[in-house]
Write a protein that binds this ligand. Sequence first.
Ligand code: NAP
Ligand code: MG
Length: 489
Amino acid sequence: MKDIEPADGRFLEYAPAPESTSILKVRTDYGLFIDGEWVQGRGKSFTTISPSSEKKIATIASASDADVDAAVAAARRAYEKSWAKLSGSDRGKYLFRIARLVQERARELAVAESLDNGKPIKESRDVDVPLVAAWFFYYAGWADKLDYAGLGANPRPLGVAAQIIPWNFPLLMLAWKIAPALAAGNTVVLKPAETTPLTALLFAEIVQQAGLPRGVVNIVTGAGDTGAALVRHPDVDKVAFTGSTAVGREIAKTVAGTHKKVTLELGGKAANIVFDDAPIDQAVEGIVNGIFFNQGHVCCAGSRLLVQENVHDEVIDRLKRRLSTLRLGDPLDKNTDIGAINSAEQLERIRTLSDIGEREGAERWSAPCEIPENGFWFAPTIFTGVETSSTIAREEIFGPVLSVLTFRTPAEAIAKANNTPYGLSAGIWTDKGSKILAMADRLRAGVIWANTFNRFDPASPFGGYKESGYGREGGRHGLGAYLKSGASK
Ligand code: NAP
Ligand code: MG
């Protein structure tokens, strides 16, 4: 990215500061991890690439229906023979061991995640991987306390959990799924996304290192077909899915009328609401974090900025100035703020929706970036003059694109914020505590941040309203989703 001229006229130059990849030993081929062993997939193998260079990382096995069947059978055996029979404190010990191994291998996992996904190393190193460890530590602590979790008397595990995750936070979404499931005494078969299987496969090594009984954790790689086979498998007791609303709908249809329990964490189109009494510089940082963190590939991203009309120009000016300082480029460089878009398909979707935004009359501004020659990139972009009815105010872009709308009164802000089929998150920026509480009461969103954004903690439940899905992950609620007599039964 071009260096912009600061107020005092001095340029600040950054030297390249790439994180070394020597810590990461990637195999050329990965099989499926079933029943504690690596086995060959019977489906057509595929490659995972680094989206910043388009270079191949490894060949990945694809699980056929028969492989999925073998994985579910292994999980069932492990459930009956070992895992559900262990005491909670013994299950907890395994989870603590996993958490510590994640910490020990943190640098390697961060490098793998940035390589495979395209996200900046400072995010995978400082956010994703520490949160993964935190999730395992948190649920390890619950494993022997299920009777005291307020989830009813003698809560029981469900059995075999089928878990399907997306590509935006590959290892973190794995942790959100696996940690509570195991703490509650379930066994799992997890399918990572096709474009980001690497850290789930490294996690399989950690499972081996931790000495978990075979079959407790199974990792099956593959495309949507593998996920669909897992969802419809008759011996699965629970389906936990994070991904798009379209696939979530399919899954809800497939499991309807079966004994399977289901949680769906789907898309979002969150409003980040800035009042005129907000500390503007702080709000600008929150707006940037809200939509440009992880290239905007965040289900709870603050993708709709609702700014009070009288501070609109000031906020947008400061935001543009701030965005001009963001550095786009090599995800493994420690100074990089904006990494690569995860795939060519996702880049195409972002481009298409942005073009529609322009055609529908919104004004487009993109940060002045040098786009690298190879790889998939999209400069941080703001659309001003967006109407509530605009496509880019309604559809999830899942990229570094912010749609800006204005409001005059709190009532108008609430009406606009809730005018969406989604309801995953929202943000409020004001210096009045009472305003925060009054707004939070009326916003239809699962998570509401006040004077901050995109903050996660394993103790805090996360999930959506309306088309953002149902069920909660995280906290005690997340545990209930994997138990028979649970709060979120
Ligand atoms: P996606 O297409 O729905 O994919 C999610 C996962 O489902 C992937 O592993 C995918 O495999 C698999 N899959 C695809 N078709 C399937 C089918 N018919 N049956 C079962 N599994 C199937 O979503 P995505 O584009 O990867 O992820 C982006 C979406 O996820 C966004 O809408 C975002 O908002 C949402 N998301 C939500 C949360 C949340 O917590 N609410 C968190 C992160 C992301 P392939 O990778 O092979 O396609
Ligand atoms: Mg990849």
